[in-house]
Design a protein around this ligand. Structure first.
Ligand code: SF4
Length: 695
């Protein structure tokens, strides 16, 4: 939609349809009102069923972010020590020439010493990995393992269901039992929550499983506050109950699953009492949940039952196994038979994205660069280089990410980015903690200023983003910045000349009607209502794979199991509390932490702690505390809160370090250890102690 409405003779107002770029499953359709070239309002598109005219608080204030006084509007060159945030404006010509002069000799000598670092600052395929990937492939730079958020769950799903696939979100409205597992949907999946609310009004029971008593838990009929990292034990005990009571869909198990006999034996090792001990809940809670779930099995007339899983629960050592265990559950009761049954963690694997056409891996020209895991960037930047690791990292190009704030084990990340011999370029909207450590900061456009196209991970519509306004200041799209840099470095290939609208068309090729995208801004994928009613999972066997031969062939357990945390709650007298770090409601990862009105709502960095744990330490609500472990110390204000269960504290994130006390955030405490499957970080597998702050 691009309608033009005359307001008065000198002023022309029009509306432009775009898509929210942020790391949120809802990928809303945005309608931006533009008056005389200025975006004056961003609203939810009422014509897009998944958006329903509603945006979250964060993106409702998008014009505040876009026109923020702190936007980086010119290229900047460092003039002070690394991390000091002291820069001077320079022209694009100077910045590009000087960056090219630094990168060219590295690229000629040891291209793997150049590391791109990017993630979901935008979820768009074009401003994400299109021209950027082509450029780095032409250089032969290191590859980046993009693991920091979801790869444990994603691989867990893939080994079980065949991909990041699930039920269609709109059908949660018709579910009769909704288990919201590891998701604060009110804060992080608002539009799913609308479906759950409607289901509740229609008589559905809502059960929340989460260590934290979230705003979502408040609104559910029941809340099961298990210990972090124990979700697989709970899932296996639920299976135990389904087996011993024969609350099973035997036909579905026989026809559409693989490894049922082995999984059955595994489940029988997990009576509710055993799981209750591990999870820190009662056996009765497990039995009741299993009874509710089992009552929804095929043919009983009580279902369908649906599980909305989110990524919080997979940020522990056993995150991949936990996802596998939960993903097995719907097949046991035949929930997939109905469109309102099954589960949804991510729908992103249902999109026919033409990644190879966008990223052109053939430009590597036979080279096979090493891959560096973004979740261990601290260690990677501090590695001196050797035969196994390859060359020391000499240059990092950061775009769509803020690793100094979001990567685990901050002390090492900061030390790495503070290396005077590391050449760092950051493409950004704002002077983030990472930009403060750059040698050059290049001003990037926001979503209102560029083209992009999006899949989603919460629904199944392809979304197009048209630019609503011209780039602000001297900002350029990421694509253009990489084209310009390639040109200055003498890196040539015809594919670098593809313009952004062409790249938008390339992302889905002939799999999606681009004319429809241009007309409406969205296009639904042709997916059956109940895609796995008759099996046909995208696994090698076409079945839901309880037993994964692919995992077994790697020497791993072919069946899901409970894999205890690295840092098991209660295992350390020095650090007796388990800490998770869920997002503050008005931030999205580290995005929006600099939007004043949103930061004002959040107030300041907080640690939620239950009354008993606070009292045992002499901590009153509102006092300053030190949260510490063997990796570091983080100071913040205590909130004594019923949202925390005994033994577990919540360091709400992700604040930029510069907005925290002492210039630190909660990742000072998290570790670089990785998950069982997916090489992902273990942010929620973290023991700490808390004490009154004497400073
Ligand atoms: S952050 Fe999520 S809920 Fe908010 S506008 Fe974007 S997609 Fe919609």
């Amino acid at each position: 939609m691009e309608s033009t409405i005359a307001i008065h003779p000198e002023s022309v107002s029009h509306k432009v349809v775009g898509a929210c770029p942020h790391d949120c499953p809802d990928t809303c359709s945005l309608v931006t009102t533009v008056e005389n070239g200025v975006a004056t309002r961003v609203q939810g598109n009422a014509a897009h069923p998944q958006t329903g005219g509603v945006l979250c608080t964060k993106v409702s204030r998008y014009t505040e972010r876009t026109y923020h006084a702190d936007r980086v509007l010119t290229p900047l060159r460092r003039v002070g020590p690394k991390g000091s945030g002291q820069f001077e404006p320079v022209s694009w010509d100077i910045a590009l020439n000087e960056i090219a002069a630094r990168l060219k000799p590295i690229a000629a000598r040891a291209p793997e010493a150049i590391l791109p670092y990017s993630y979901a600052g935008t979820m768009g395929f074009v401003q994400g990995e299109s021209i950027a990937a082509r450029f780095f492939n032409l250089l032969g730079a290191s590859l980046l393992d993009r693991t920091i958020c979801s790869s444990a769950g994603a691989e867990g799903l893939t080994y079980t269901l065949g991909g990041k696939v699930g039920m269609k979100v709109e059908f949660f409205t018709e579910s009769k039992l909704i288990i919201i597992w590891g998701s604060n949907a009110i804060a992080s999946s608002l539009h799913f929550w609308r479906h759950a609310q409607e289901a509740k009004r229609n008589g559905a029971k809502l059960i929340c499983i989460d260590p934290r008593r979230t705003e979502t838990a408040d609104k559910c009929h029941e809340h099961i506050a298990l210990r972090p990292g124990t979700d697989a034990a709970l899932a296996l005990a639920l299976m135990h109950e389904l087996v011993v009571h024969d609350w099973l869909d035997h036909d579905y198990l026989r026809e559409h699953t693989l490894g049922w006999e082995q999984l059955r034996e595994r489940a029988l090792q997990w009576p509710p009492e055993r799981a209750a001990e591990v999870c820190g809940i009662t056996a009765l809670q497990i039995r009741n949940l299993a009874r509710d779930y089992g009552a929804c099995r095929t043919g009983q007339g009580n279902g369908p039952a649906a599980i909305r899983l989110n990524y919080g629960m997979q940020r522990v050592r056993g995150g991949g196994n936990a996802t596998r265990a939960v993903a097995c559950l719907p097949a046991l009761i035949g929930a997939w038979r109905e469109r309102a049954g099954g589960m949804l963690l991510s729908s992103s694997g249902m999109f026919p994205v033409q990644r190879a056409a966008l990223q052109k891996p053939e430009l590597l020209n036979g080279r096979r660069p090493r891959t560096i895991n973004m979740s261990t960037i601290g260690d990677a930047l501090l590695h001196p280089g050797d035969a196994t690791f390859g060359p020391r990292v000499e240059a990092v190009i950061v775009y769509n990410s803020n690793p100094v704030a979001v990567a685990p084990d901050s002390a090492k990340v900061v030390k790495g980015f503070a290396r005077e011999d590391l050449f760092t370029v950051v493409l950004e909207h704002f002077m983030t903690d990472t930009a403060d450590h750059a040698d050059y900061v290049l001003p990037a456009t926001t979503q209102l200023e560029h083209w992009d196209v999006h899949g989603t991970y919460g629904h199944t519509d392809v979304m197009l983003n048209r630019p609503a306004i011209a780039p602000i200041g001297q900002a350029r799209p990421n694509t253009q910045i990489f084209r310009d840099l390639a040109q200055r470095m003498g890196v040539q290939h015809p594919s670098l000349s593809d313009d952004d609208e062409t790249l938008c068309r390339t992302a889905f090729g002939d799999q999606v009607d681009f004319a429809q995208l241009l007309e409406h801004g969205f296009a639904a994928l042709p997916i059956p209502d109940a895609p796995y009613a008759k099996g046909a999972f995208p696994t090698p066997s076409g079945r839901c794979e309880f037993f994964s031969a692919r995992l077994a062939s790697q020497g791993m357990d072919g069946l899901p199991d409970h894999v205890p945390n690295y840092e098991v709650a209660g295992s350390s007298s020095a650090y007796p509390l388990a800490m998770i770090s869920p997002p503050a409601r008005n931030f999205l990862n580290s995005s929006f932490a600099n939007v004043t009105s949103l930061r004002d709502i959040e107030g300041e960095p907080l640690l939620e702690i239950c009354a008993a744990d606070a009292a045992a330490r002499g901590i009153a609500d509102g006092t300053m505390v030190r949260v510490f472990n063997q990796r570091g110390t983080y100071r913040c204000r205590a909130r004594v809160s019923p949202r925390a269960r005994p033994g577990v504290v919540h360091g709400l994130g992700i604040w930029w370090r510069k907005f925290g006390v002492d210039g630190r955030n909660v990742n000072e405490l998290t570790s670089q250890r990785l998950t069982d499957i997916g090489r992902a970080p273990t942010f929620y597998d973290c023991l700490v102690e808390v004490a009154l702050d004497a400073a």
